[in-house]
Design a protein around this ligand. Structure first.
Ligand code: SF4
Ligand code: SF4
Length: 285
């Protein structure tokens, strides 16, 4: 069982409230492929875009040792080793294999992972066993009709499933998975991508449902209009604020999301060492 309670993480994890203590994190981009098709997702390999789903390279689990040694030397504030893609962390075994290595070689680092949750229910025991401390699950709707407007299909046990049927499976597995992980004492954050015209009036329902399932903290991320949702409006600041306030009736709300890359390194919003660690080309800021 994880020894890192939500209370501990609020002091040591930048995405669970620890930002006031200048805690840093490194993202290890070891998970290439995805098993669902979010309509706003534009995964890409490049050195410049500052958003989720982007990395300069894909690492093999074994390569992470050298990367972590270098990162901890350059930025000793790093307390968290996170895996957030660029695809889904449970679609391959790479993330779990990486955590096995971290557990052995860097036992003090907090192990953090993000997933879309499609396979969370069936792989929960593996995450508990490897000692993941904090988990983020992206839940964009708890109503299959709404979810089907945000996601085109899932690939589930080798089969492509579309529409409402896909959404039903996804939501069921997310909520069952959250329950199992929470029961094991692992702290859970839920992310929701806010698309005002699709799930804008659904935020309270999501917040309430994931809290009941065992999540501790909720993060509303504004849509970046791209790919199939490129014509949707991004939420305005007052809309984001209102959604956060409504959600906070049910669950703690995280308000400092920086929409990090899948290979971000440093203290979110304060320092960024990814250029040095992953040898990205220098950018013109
Ligand atoms: Fe963990 Fe997500 Fe924060 Fe990365 S962005 S450290 S995966 S909660
Ligand atoms: Fe993209 Fe993440 Fe959705 Fe997969 S789960 S399609 S990586 S946004």
């Amino acid at each position: 069982m994880s020894s890192n309670s939500y209370k501990n993480l609020q002091n040591s994890h930048p995405c669970f409230g620890g930002q006031k203590n200048n805690a840093g994190r490194i993202h290890l981009p070891v998970s290439p492929g995805c098993n669902i098709a979010c309509k706003f997702c534009d995964r890409t390999i490049n050195d410049v875009d500052e958003r989720p789903g982007v990395t300069s390279k894909i690492l093999q689990p074994e390569e992470c040792v050298e990367v972590l040694e270098k990162a901890l030397k350059i930025c000793p504030s790093i307390k968290v080793a996170g895996i957030a893609g660029p695809g889904d962390t449970l679609a391959t075994d790479n993330a779990i294999r990486t955590f096995e290595i971290i557990k052995e070689k860097f036992p003090k680092l907090i192990k953090c992972m993000s997933t879309n949750g499609l396979l969370l229910n069936e792989r929960a025991e593996e995450l508990i066993k490897v000692g993941v401390d904090s988990l983020t699950v992206t839940v964009n709707a708890v109503d299959p009709e709404i979810e089907s407007k945000l996601n085109s299909y899932i690939i589930y046990h080798g089969k492509k499933i579309e529409g409402i049927e896909a959404a039903e499976i996804l939501i069921k597995n997310q909520l069952e998975g959250i329950k199992k992980i929470a029961k094991a004492g692992i702290t859970i954050k839920v992310n929701t991508v806010l698309v005002p015209e699709i799930n804008g009036n659904h935020i309270e329902e999501i917040a309430k449902t994931v809290k009941e399932a065992g999540a501790s903290i909720y993060n509303i991320i504004p849509l970046i209009p791209q790919y199939q949702l490129k014509d949707c409006e991004a939420p305005t600041c007052p809309q984001i604020d209102e959604a956060r306030t409504r959600a906070s009736k049910y669950i703690d709300v995280f308000r400092h999301c920086q929409r990090c890359r899948a290979d971000a390194v440093g203290i979110p919003g304060k320092s960024e060492y990814g250029d040095q660690i992953y040898q990205r080309r220098l950018r013109i800021k």
